[in-house]
Write a new protein. Structure first.
Length: 488
């Protein structure tokens, strides 16, 4: 197995006096970061956490969380981050799915339902223990198991994705080649650490000597950007919408050099609006199974290329199947899905992983994602991709967000239904929407009904859950029967 020096040690030796972690009330240099991680690793070892142990982590973003993650990697244990937003029974089921009985939780999360050893994050990192227990970092085996991360896709039960240290390491190397990052730069931790995008931020900063800015809980990104002079930020479309609505001031925009935008289908009007604000956007396509980014645009790309997801980054490979499915492999591809002590490896004989995303690659190598294979449905013998309809509706200035899902129909099999969220103080009438759709879509793709965006749907995640909208549509809608597919 290939071994490398522990990256935190290497970075601390080069940039020891540079900031590594910046919070609202303190900043930690790389030298201090290295010392605290050593001490935390010693505490973990003293508490019986051993090599290859799976350690569940149920906590919100914090400097302490980052110290814990690096300590887990240092002792060659396996970090298993889980969102604390899930119900306790769901978290318990996820821990059981990966056969994890050792858990670290923060003080704000009730862990009574968990089976096994539960350690409070604050007690693990107490200064008294820190001064007593330290161990030096060994070299890291790149192929050692490092993290199990749960997917955030449309499936009802998240899949447990196993990554080695190499997957995150090479992901960060390729990303940093495309988007320059170095000492003095500051990347806002705008994504949770239980999300592969949040983990990616940590590794990219670690390998470059940049700092990770950890904002206070519920802090507005614009305020954190301005306060901490953030230079880089990762956002999903909803976060970018919110940031633009907060009105990015000139002084905020001038400190920001790079916006990495991904996570789901990106409305073109949102990209145009961001460019009009003078923001340097990088659009990207990635997934948990590939340790974050797969393709990304470059800073000198033509403006129209921002409507794509960019070109392949180093250490990855991509191709499109005959069925238009995006296939991926490379040094960042995950090891498999964890089911208890078993590992499911859904790869073909050549190592390609089918993403279930649909797309095409143009002659210049730029990827355009057109939708999810499992979202497509058939209506009257015609294939309907919901993302296509959503993209058209999103062009209307009054519409902020839209979700299209199928409902059953005796006559057509299924028909599309749309949920629409209007921008604040905006109104639009049905008679305005239908003629607009008819200019851009064939009649069979026009939704039968449009509903207001529901308050009842849980929107605490990074992207809306399509399954929740489908369930709601089924309960709200009556079978269109013999009605005209396009209600006018």
């Amino acid at each position: 197995m290939k071994r490398i020096p522990f990256p935190l040690q290497s970075t601390a030796e080069k940039y020891g006096d540079h900031p590594a972690l910046i919070g609202d009330d303190r900043a930690i240099t790389y030298a201090e970061f290295f010392r605290l991680v050593n001490a935390t690793a010693g505490n973990l070892a003293q508490m019986g956490i051993e090599r290859e142990d799976r350690l569940g982590i149920v906590a919100n973003n914090s400097i302490e969380y980052i110290l814990l993650l690096m300590a887990v990697f240092q002792i060659s244990a396996v970090a298993c981050p889980i969102s604390p937003r899930f119900p306790r029974k769901t978290i318990a089921a996820m821990l059981d799915k990966i056969d994890c009985t050792k858990i670290v939780a923060d003080l704000h999360h009730n862990s009574d339902l968990y089976n096994g050893t539960v350690i409070e994050l604050s007690s693990l990192l107490s200064q008294q223990k820190m001064s007593a227990n330290t161990i030096g970092p060994p070299e890291i085996e790149l192929d050692q198991d490092a993290a199990i991360m749960f997917t955030s896709g449309s499936s009802s039960v998240p899949k447990a994705v196993l990554h080695t240290f190499a997957h995150h390491y090479y992901s960060a190397l390729g990303a940093n080649q495309n988007m320059p990052l170095g000492p003095g730069d500051r990347w806002l931790l705008s994504l949770p650490l239980y999300h592969v995008g949040g983990m990616g931020i940590l590794f990219r900063a670690l390998l470059s000597g940049a700092a990770v800015v950890v904002p206070a809980a519920n802090a507005l990104p614009a305020k954190a950007i301005e306060r901490h002079k953030v230079t880089h930020v990762s956002l999903v479309p909803t976060q970018l919408k919110n940031l633009l609505e907060e009105t990015v001031a000139d002084k905020t925009a001038t400190c920001l050099r790079s916006f990495l935008l991904g996570g789901s289908s990106i409305p073109q009007k949102l990209i145009i609006q961001a460019k009009q604000k003078g923001l340097n956007l990088y659009t990207t396509y990635g997934l948990t199974e590939m340790a974050s980014q797969v393709t990304t645009t470059a800073l000198d790309d033509a403006p129209e290329k921002l409507f794509t997801s960019g070109r392949i980054l180093t250490h990855r490979e991509i191709k499109i199947s005959k069925e238009s499915e995006i296939l991926v492999r490379g040094k960042t591809r995950f090891k498999g899905y964890v089911e208890k002590d078993a590992l499911i490896t859904p790869f073909d004989a050549d190592g390609w992983f089918g993403t279930a995303d649909l797309g095409d690659i143009d002659q210049d190598g730029y990827l355009t994602v057109t939708g999810r294979k499992d979202n497509m449905f058939i209506s009257g013998g015609e294939n309907i991709q919901p993302e296509e309809i959503e993209g058209v509706l999103a062009r209307l200035p009054a519409i902020e967000d839209v979700m299209v899902v199928p409902v059953k129909s005796d006559k057509y099999g299924h028909r599309p239904i749309a949920f629409v969220k209007l921008r604040q103080k905006q109104q639009i009438a049905m008679e305005e929407i239908i003629p607009f759709l008819e200019k851009h879509l064939p009649r069979f793709k026009i939704p039968d009904r449009l509903y207001e965006w529901p308050d009842s749907i849980d929107q605490s995640g990074l992207k809306p859950n399509r399954r929740d909208f489908a369930d709601l549509a089924a309960s709200l809608s009556k079978d269109p029967g013999t009605e005209d597919p396009a209600l006018v």
